[in-house]
Design a protein around this ligand. Sequence first.
Ligand SMILES: [Zn+2]
Ligand SMILES: [Zn+2]
Length: 82
Amino acid sequence: MEQCYICKQYNYCETHHIFNGSNRKKSEEYGSLIRVCRKCHTEIHRNYELRSELKKQAQEKIMQAENWTIEDFRQVFYKNYL
Ligand SMILES: [Zn+2]
Ligand SMILES: [Zn+2]
């Protein structure tokens, strides 16, 4: 049993890649992976607002860890979520 990143309950968890598509590998490189229960995982993939919020938080975390500006982030991820 693990704690779900979203609902904080202890449950069986799955990995969600915060940046997907062509940035899926970069999610792995930069640690933008979260462990979530099945219910929350389904919700993330259904809920655009929730996905956007997670991307925004992950971008802030990466920019802080790498000491990047928005422009630096854009160079690597080709997007800006802030
Ligand atoms: Zn959950
Ligand atoms: Zn997912």
